[in-house]
Design a protein around this ligand. Sequence first.
Ligand SMILES: NC(=O)c1ccc[n+]([C@@H]2O[C@H](COP(=O)([O-])OP(=O)(O)OC[C@H]3O[C@@H](n4cnc5c(N)ncnc54)[C@H](OP(=O)(O)O)[C@@H]3O)[C@@H](O)[C@H]2O)c1
Length: 378
Amino acid sequence: MEALLLGVGLLLGAYVLVYYNLVKAPPCRGLASLRGRTAVVTGANSGIGKMTALELARRGARVVLACRSRERGEAAAFDLRQESGNNEVIFMALDLASLASVRAFATAFLSSEPRLDILIHNAGISSCGRTREPFNLLLRVNHIGPFLLTHLLLPRLKRSAPSRVVVVSSAAHRRGRLDFTRLDRPVVGWRQELRAYADSKLANVLFARELATQLEGTGVTCYAAHPGPVNSDLFLRHVPGWLRPLLRPLAWLVLRAPRGGAQTPLYCALQEGIEPLSGRYFANCHVEEVPPAARDDRAAHRLWEASRKLAGLGPGEDAESDEDSQPEDPGTPSSPSSPHPEEPTASELYPSPQSSTTDWSTVTRRIPVKAELEPQAC
Ligand SMILES: NC(=O)c1ccc[n+]([C@@H]2O[C@H](COP(=O)([O-])OP(=O)(O)OC[C@H]3O[C@@H](n4cnc5c(N)ncnc54)[C@H](OP(=O)(O)O)[C@@H]3O)[C@@H](O)[C@H]2O)c1
């Protein structure tokens, strides 16, 4: 009997240790109010994306839920309006597997939304399920679709500067190895899917890195965020139905709740003072070092060029040259079509010692990759 009690005690102790050290997420304590700001969260109808969108709505943002299913997207928008008390949560259709859908979303967004302050690429898949596409579906949904979307929305992000792009990546990027000769090859079988998932998450980290380089001095910064191991449907939806009832309680015990998973993406979207870390990878609300393959600037640039081709971007489609792209003075009143009568200044959104006549080239100057900021309150 004593041995049994001792065993149970040891097990409980081990679980508490694991829970507090590995499972429980440090909360994002960024203070930013988002009144008058607009955010887009992809894949916001479930899991981490839904909890991310909820927090943005609670802080007063107008939140666009970019989801592939109208039914699930509208239902999530309804839930989030109820829970946050913010009526400015809307659904817009976006299927990242379809480049035409990404373009249609961008057109609809740009014609109806005057601002874009926060773009969170959260949507992702871990498996192709039953679909058989003639291309690499995991790369398409997890990287190429978000790449194209960022490109098309860049002028609006720049005009709304200071603004941020957050790419929800994963620690799985550490197992990624990009083979540029077969990036878009269809993925078959679970082994190839696991590999393709890791590759696509490495692509996320490299994309954030190259995007930060290209956007230096524009007032738009970007970050790759790892949400931690989260109890969502990402992997569970692909396990056989009979196994799910067994795995769910286990997942509940040892994985983070989606709200916990949302903390690092939120930190990257909201935390003041992290602009010099644009392009870096964050986990547990802290910047983290990445393996050599994920900080290879030549690979990041090569991926950028390959992604342009896979996204069908022509040489004339260069968002950088859009005449709309000049950052507007964040202190100026909103345009007449804006749904927001009163817009905060840059310093209200990301409180830091900036003046209203901000020179973005100094604000977003990045610090060298090896250097670290002091740990943030989080
Ligand atoms: N869960 C984890 O442990 C974990 C760990 C590291 C990183 N992540 C990353 O976190 C992100 C969110 O994952 P999650 O755990 O919250 O999983 P989830 O609950 O499965 O959410 C994924 C979301 O992406 C959407 N989505 C899938 N394919 C799409 C498409 N073609 N177009 C538009 N939206 C699409 C899904 O919509 P439907 O509902 O319509 O399918 C869903 O809303 C992913 O990028 C994932 O890689 C998760």
